[in-house]
Structure formats: C-alpha cells, structure tokens
Design a protein around this ligand. Structure first.
Ligand code: ADP
Length: 395
C-alpha cells in the first residue's frame, strides 16, 4: 500500500510517499513559502532531486505541484494518482477529543476545527492540508494522526494545572503534551528492545531536537510529559524558553512596553539556548562557540543538559523507577557529548555509559555499559513512518 504522509504548516508542506509493505520511502519533499512565492524540493528515491520555484498561492496549489512531481515522467515515482492508496495527515492538536488516530470524515473535520483555539497557528494549516488533498484525491481514504493523542492517557494529577477548576471545565486549560507520534514510536521500540512487551515497564523518552520534550511511559502509556498547554512549556529549546515563572511575562510587558502577544513571541522565537547564548539555536554552532571559549554558549548547553536531567529524575520519581531511557531526534540521535553530559547526572540511578557506543550517531544502539542498572538507548524517531503505520492500521 502506498501512503502519502502530509505535514502541513502555515506556509510549508512536508510530505513522504511510503510503501507500507516494505516501509521504504519512495519519495519525500517539501514545499516552502506557500502564499508568498513558493518552492518545491522533491526527492524521489533512486532518482535525481527536483528543486524548483513555483507559483504557490495556497496549499491546494502546493499539493497539486507535489502530486505532479510524484507522477512526473522524469522525477516521478508512480504512474498516476490511483497508486496512492491512502493519505495520513499529521494534526497538531486533537484536544481531549482524540486519544487515537481516526479516519477523516466531516464530523472529524468539525471536531478538529473545534480544537483550532488550542493551536491557532497549526490546526488551521493542518485542516487546509486535508481539504487540499480531498479536493485533488476525492476518493482516497485519509487518516488524522494527532501530536497530542498519545498523551491522553496521562492521569489528572499530571495534566491539571493549579488554576481554578472552571478554567479546565470551560476552556480545557490543561497539559496536553506534544511530539506524541514520536514518543509513541520510540517508547514502543524501547520496550521491545528491553524485552518488556506486555509486562510492567517504566521508560523515559527524551525527544531532543529544535523543539524538545520528555515523556514518562508506564506499560506503554504516556503518564507524563514536559510540554504543556502549548509546546512552549518544559525544557529549554532551540528558541523557546520552556517553563518560566508566568509572572515574568507581566514584568517584561511592563519593562519592554510590549503586549502579551509580543512577549510570548519573544519566549517562542528569541529565547531558549539561542537567547541565552546569543549565538544560535543549533547545537552544532553552540558546541563550536563553546569550544572557542564563548561562556554564554557553554552556559546555554549546561542549562539544557541540567533541565533534561531534572526531568528524567522527576519522571523516575513519578513512576517509582525506570527500566530504560531513550534519546531521539536531532540532538538525541546525533550528539553524544550532550547525551553523556545528561547521563553524568544520573549516577544515582546506577546509569553508566559505554563511551565508545555513545560516539555513534544517527543509528539505533544501546549506549549504556553492560553493568548499567538502567538501559540507555539511542533510537532514531520516524514520525512519518509512524503516521503511515497508523494510517494502514486504521484502514
Ligand atoms: P526539529 O525539531 O526542527 O525537527 P531536529 O530534530 O532536526 O529539529 O533537531 C535539530 C537539532 O539537532 C539541532 O540543534 C542540531 O544541532 C542537531 N542535529 C541535527 N543533526 C545533527 C547531526 N548530524 N549532528 C549533530 N547534531 C545534529
């Protein structure tokens, strides 16, 4: 079965065409600057890449360019659109309504629309992606896979904020958590690797990328996670502040003479390790600067690893133990120095790292030493494959 996986942002569209039988990527690519001018980067497996500027006034035209590229005589990978059997859409917010992926119908679309309030930048773009695909492939079944769904198993004690209860009742203000597809994919694999499928298991997944979050997974279900009502909460990230005292917002509004919206933009886009270091949000740049003696870059890296270690400790406490920890995403998969710096805090859990294994980048490997009391793994995440698998499972 060929599954077209679509991830629509406000001005971008990422896609993969995956053969679900072999789980191989047949083609992948990206449309950027939709609504501005438009460009397409199409990467068919085993063929030359196609990169071109296109006039993309909206997402429907972007999808149309992608479908043309997929069926192109030179750069294409399928004969015609009938070879696309299903579409899997990544949807950022499913609120409390969606604890699982669902086949898309009119009622599902209305329910996703009702969650727009909770993710005003993302959900409307995701919905546009659905309608663009429906317009061009009206008979192809489509599935919605939600970033929040995996965390819907969190107990109330983990997801409720210390606010008047009516704000939860009336406005659904609570912790939702994000990166759910990745946490689900990686935790499943981790539980498999430690041979605890179907048994009592306690694992922690550290998804460390530009956006970072950690989850505590008990018996395969998310019981806590570091992102909250929005993806701004929790760890310090590339440009996001992570958790701060909310009173700082009011204080900065006064000092900077800015609105709440403007200060939140600062917290989302100019903070995190970039804001602290003044260098970059990219950990490769930060390490280079730190090695060259840039103290703020060193501090930014230290704050990051410290926070990750704190979350691991708190989740080990939440679950009264931990069997295994996985690192994933750009930093988690590739940066052995950061992994080591995090694990250096975890001696009290009996964790020891195999330094040679830990030098490996980008592949699945156990990095804990043979005598480590907790297994530590690197497990590459693959959100697109997870979406394709969910899509096939539902159809
Ligand atoms: P996003 O959240 O945008 O998907 P990624 O998961 O790609 O982000 O993570 C981006 C981060 O991962 C950057 O800080 C970058 O330094 C780091 N990273 C990505 N690839 C590598 C690599 N090959 N080697 C070292 N670091 C990497």
């Amino acid at each position: 079965m060929n599954v077209f996986v679509v991830n629509c942002g406000s001005s971008s569209l990422k896609y993969q065409l995956i053969d679900s039988d072999t789980e191989e990527v047949i083609a992948k690519g990206l449309c950027e600057r939709i609504g501005i001018d438009g460009s397409l980067t199409h990467k068919p497996t085993g063929k030359d890449n196609l990169v071109k500027k296109c006039d993309m006034p909206d997402h429907k035209s972007a999808v149309s360019y992608v479908l043309d590229a997929l069926t192109d005589p030179v750069y294409g990978v399928i004969g015609d659109l009938s070879e696309i059997d299903a579409v899997g859409h990544r949807i950022v917010h499913g609120g409390e309504r969606f604890a699982n992926s669902v086949v898309i119908n009119d009622e599902v679309i209305r329910a996703i629309e009702e969650c727009n309030d909770l993710a005003p930048l993302h959900n409307p773009a995701n919905l546009i992606g659905i309608s663009a695909c429906q317009a061009l492939m009206p008979d192809v079944p489509m599935v919605a896979v939600f970033d929040t769904a995996f965390h819907q198993t969190m107990p109330k004690k983990a997801y409720l904020y210390g606010l008047p209860y009516e704000y939860y009742d009336e406005y659904k203000v609570r912790k939702y958590g994000f990166h759910g597809t990745s946490h689900s994919f990686v935790s499943k694999r981790l539980i498999e690797l430690i041979g605890k499928e179907g048994q009592d298991s306690k694992v922690i997944v550290c998804h460390l990328g530009n956006g970072s979050s950690i989850s505590a997974v008990r018996n395969g279900e998310s019981v806590d996670t570091s992102m909250g009502f929005t993806p701004l909460d929790g760890l310090i990230m590339g440009t996001r502040s992570g958790s701060i005292d909310p009173a700082v917002v009011q204080f900065l509004c006064g000092k900077l003479n800015r609105s709440v919206d403007e200060v939140l933009t600062i917290l989302n886009k100019q903070s995190g390790v970039e804001g602290i270091s003044g260098v970059s949000s990219d950990f490769r740049d930060l390490e280079k600067a730190s090695n060259e003696g840039n103290e703020r870059a060193t501090t930014a890296l230290e704050i990051f690893t410290y926070r990750v270690a704190q979350y691991i400790g708190s989740y080990a406490a939440s679950m009264n133990g931990v069997d295994a920890i996985a690192f994933t995403a750009g930093i988690g998969e590739n940066n052995g120095k950061i992994r080591k710096a995090i694990c250096d805090y975890l001696g009290y859990l009996g964790i020891t790292i195999d330094d040679e294994a830990n030098q490996t980048a980008g592949e699945e490997i156990r990095i804990s030493a043979a005598d480590s009391k907790v297994d530590v793994y690197v497990i590459p995440t693959n959100e697109e494959l997870a979406i394709a698998r969910e899509t096939v499972a539902l159809l």
